[in-house]
Design a protein. Structure first.
Lengths: 210, 657
């Protein structure tokens, strides 16, 4: 079951790689949030406890509801155009992503001979990290950078579930809070930048160099 | 714990406190009063401390005084260097009164200079009494940095920026090496305290540690090939500071080398040979480079390299003696080195202050533009001459005494350790004699061009302050005292060696040399010379004397340009090691029968500086320029680099497994 969700997670990465719409990114984020929450609930299905449900609920609250809504609000408020501005062709990007994912899966399966880990969740998480960085590198729009960062963070989350099934809850909550604050700050920064510059592209930020 | 152990140590601390107090006077409102009061208080503190350390030194019986939880410990070697620092600091501080006058009128930031100078004196005293590696390193760093900041008095000059940067870079390299050395020592002994290192006989790899220490402290001391920063930094420093740097700071390098030796006492013999060969090269080429210079302060800086070489020869001789368990060789080697350290500190600061007085009046450091100063400042030329004779190692002044001890050391080594030693020692003795000869040539050049002849540059008035006379007089009287009455100083040196280096009970070779005969011979010869001088004066008065232009040779329309020049004097000698000195001449000869203008220029560059250091930095710079493209303005590139780094790391870890 874990593997199933992880594979769905990886597939959402491919979708991110080819989509042209900004809104699609937000829905992918929502989807991934739901997947992560499900992954966390899974081990506790038959031994229900109130503590086991706190973390998934928080994830749902933050990753599925608060952050995507906030990003949507920014998109509406700042009137960001709905098409993304890729710097390379979408097909090339897809090929790069697929190649990376394949390599990561292969490597992970080799590593798993020596170290005990769940291959598919680990590899999916790792791919998410790499794809998140790719998004930041190959996209111009700042809002996409925020999404890339969030996908990266989701990947880290997934890896943590793959390596140690139970991280201390407080740490997970702390990470969530961090992410939320970061997104919030980015939103504020975006608002500010939109006041100063015309567009929302990173290339404008060159002028901010010291 | 009661810090005030007894009266004497509390007096020592009191002396330090007076010196510290002088810092507060820097914040007085007017520049002039700030300099005056802080300097006066500092001199009082120094004199007080000097008095205490002399008392300690002469009454010491090998006791050490641990203070402040053993962080500070004063043994005989520390006391000797403490004495040296305070002895040199006093005349240089007195010279400040006259030196800074000019800068106060210019409304320069003299207060910060005073602050850095006082801190420099205090931190260099702290270095020699520190007993804890970290305290030592902190003081060392403080000493280097205050020296650097003090150098920047005339910061807007291009040469000052360049020269002080050399000093800065060299200091950092030194501190880096010293950190490595002390960390290794700490790892091996598990302690930070120097006396623990000294007691610990099981230090492994002593040679490696000693070579590290010799490298680090040797850069500070200025052995060739680590000397390159010295002729760059000393000329541009304010004269007070260059006198102090040359007199004291580079001696701290020597102190460090001695200290390192005491940590790792039994060293193999080849280390001694290595040290002695490096030192001989430093001595010979130091003086040869000096001969090729036109800048008086640069010349003196190269002479520091030479004298450090002589000190190193003594030290190396001591090492050889220690490796062969020969007591007299050790005593003569280390003793000569220690005494020459003191002597060099004295006459080098004397010469630097003298050159500073000349620079203040003429506004140039170029020897070729000076001349005829003896007619304007008789006593200055006498003081300078005393310093010159002393630095050349000629009797009857102090340089002779220490070099004589080293010569005796050579012959004693040949005598004690038969085998192949006599021939090698003979070679070294000849090398040292060559150094002495070249030094004589160099200072003949300096004295004759600067002081004799007629003035090449027109100046209104040659001003010498009472302060100049006091500081020059103090230093030259020290030269005379040590030269004429070496007995107490030799006794002192013997004591240091007895308590810190090798233990012996009977009279050592140092004391068996009949020093009183020296005093007798010197006094009788100098009194003879004085009598002849007065007889000559009497006859001159009686029969009258004739005064004509210098270098006149019967020609009437003589101009200052017709005099013999420094470069012509040194040319013959500089031609010999032409390729090492990078000595080149440029002569413009017109082809006409009646040429309108001649032009002649001779020039020497430092081999290490221009062939090793500068090319190295240029290459480094080129490489750094090539990877400059990595510094992009777009954040996405940086994230890409991060990704690549992650990839490389994971690949490496993968391969590792």
């Amino acid at each position: 079951m874990e593997n199933f969700f992880s594979i769905l997670f990886s597939l959402s990465l491919f979708y991110v790689a080819i989509t042209f719409r900004v809104k699609a990114y937000v829905s992918v984020l929502r989807f991934q949030g739901i997947l992560l929450a499900l992954l966390l609930i899974l081990p506790f299905i038959f031994k229900f406890s109130i503590y086991a449900i706190i973390l998934p609920l928080t994830i749902v609250l933050i990753k599925v509801i608060l952050i995507p809504n906030y990003i949507n609000k920014i998109i509406l408020d700042l009137d960001i155009k709905r098409k993304i501005d890729p710097t390379i062709q979408q097909l090339t990007f897809l090929i790069i992503v697929i190649a990376s994912v394949i390599i990561i899966f292969l490597l992970t399966s080799i590593i798993s001979n020596n170290i005990e880990l769940n291959v598919i969740p680990f590899a999916s998480g790792f791919s998410a990290i790499v794809v998140g960085i790719y998004l930041i590198i190959f996209r111009k729009k700042l809002i996409i950078h925020v999404c890339g960062f969030l996908i990266l963070e989701n990947g880290i989350f997934l890896i943590s579930t793959a390596i140690a099934s139970e991280l201390p809850m407080m740490i997970e909550l702390g990470i969530l809070l961090d992410v939320f604050v970061v997104v919030f700050l980015m939103g504020i920064a975006l608002n500010r930048i939109s006041d100063t510059f015309e567009g929302f592209e990173v290339s404008h930020l060159r002028r901010l160099k010291d | 714990m009661n810090i005030l152990l007894d009266n004497d140590t509390s007096l020592l601390i009191f002396g330090f406190l007076i010196q510290f107090t002088s810092i507060f006077f820097i914040f007085l409102k007017k520049n002039k009063s700030a300099v005056f009061f802080s300097n006066t208080i500092n001199i009082i503190g120094l004199a007080f401390s000097l008095f205490i350390s002399i008392k300690f030194l002469f009454t010491s019986n090998g006791n050490t005084f641990p203070l402040f939880y053993n962080f500070v410990k004063i043994d005989t070697l520390s006391l000797f260097f403490l004495f040296l620092i305070q002895l040199i600091s006093i005349p240089t501080s007195i010279y400040i009164f006259s030196y800074l006058k000019h800068y106060i009128d210019e409304k320069r930031n003299v207060r910060s200079f005073m602050l850095f100078f006082i801190l420099l004196i205090i931190s260099s005293q702290m270095i020699v009494i520190a007993n804890h590696a970290i305290l030592f390193l902190i003081c060392w760093e403080m000493m280097s940095m205050t020296g650097f900041l003090g150098m920047l008095l005339e910061y807007e000059k291009n040469e000052v920026q360049k020269g002080s940067f050399y000093y800065f870079a060299a200091s950092h390299v030194i501190v880096f090496i010293l950190y490595i050395m002390f960390f290794i020592l700490h790892k091996l002994t598990g302690s930070w305290f120097f006396d623990e290192y000294q007691k610990n006989l099981q230090i492994i790899y002593p040679v490696t540690i000693f070579l590290l220490g010799f490298l680090g402290f040797g850069i500070k001391a200025g052995f060739i090939p680590f000397h390159f920063w010295l002729p760059q930094a000393h000329p541009i420093a304010p004269t007070v500071l260059s006198a102090f740097l040359s007199g004291v700071i580079i001696k701290l390098g020597i102190y460090g080398i001695f200290r390192t030796y005491l940590f790792l006492k039994p060293l193999p013999e080849w280390v001694g040979w290595l040290v002695i060969i490096i030192s001989l090269v430093s001595a010979i080429f130091g003086v040869w480079y000096a001969l090729a210079q036109h800048d008086i302060k640069k010349l003196l800086a190269y002479h520091s390299v030479e004298n450090i070489g002589i000190i190193g020869i003594g030290f190396g001789l001591g090492l050889i003696g220690a490796a062969n368990n020969s007591l007299p060789v050790q005593i003569l080697g280390f003793g000569g080195a220690l005494l020459h350290t003191l002597n060099h500190a004295i006459f080098k600061s004397l010469l630097f202050i003298g050159s500073g007085v000349i620079y203040q009046n003429l506004g140039t450091r170029n020897i070729e533009e000076m001349g005829g100063i003896v007619h304007r400042a008789k006593y200055l030329s006498i003081f300078f001459l005393i310093g010159s004779i002393a630095i050349s190692g000629l009797p009857p002044f102090n340089g002779f005494i220490s070099e004589f001890i080293i010569y005796v050391g050579f012959f004693k080594t040949a005598n004690e350790l038969k085998n192949y030693y006599p021939i090698l020692m003979l070679l070294f003795a000849v090398g040292l004699a060559l150094v002495g000869g070249l030094a004589v040539a160099c200072f003949t050049k300096v004295n004759s061009i600067i002081f004799l002849g007629t003035a090449r540059k027109e100046i209104k008035k040659f001003v010498i302050n009472i302060y100049d006379y006091i500081s020059l007089g103090l230093l030259s009287s020290l030269c005379i005292i040590i030269g004429f009455f070496p007995t107490p100083f030799v006794y002192l040196i013997g004591k240091i060696i007895k308590y810190d280096f090798v233990n012996y009970s009977y009279r050592s070779v140092l004391e068996t040399i009949e020093w009183n005969n020296f005093s007798f011979i010197f006094i009788s010869f100098s009194s003879l010379a004085t009598i002849i001088f007065f007889i000559k004066k009497y006859f001159n008065k009686k029969y009258s004397s004739r005064k004509i232009e210098a270098w006149g040779c019967g020609y009437n329309n003589i101009t200052p340009r017709m005099q013999y020049t420094a470069s012509s004097f040194a040319d013959e000698l500089n031609e010999i090691p032409k390729s090492i000195l990078l000595y080149h001449k440029k002569i413009d000869l017109s082809e006409n029968v009646f040429p309108k203008s001649f032009h002649f220029e001779s020039h020497s560059e430092d081999l290490v500086d221009s062939k090793v250091v500068i090319p190295f930095y240029n290459n480094l710079r080129n490489i750094l320029d090539k990877i400059q493209f990595l510094s992009q303005t777009d954040i996405r590139y940086y994230i890409g680099f991060i990704l690549i780094t992650i990839f490389i790391y994971s690949l490496l870890s993968f391969i590792w497994n």
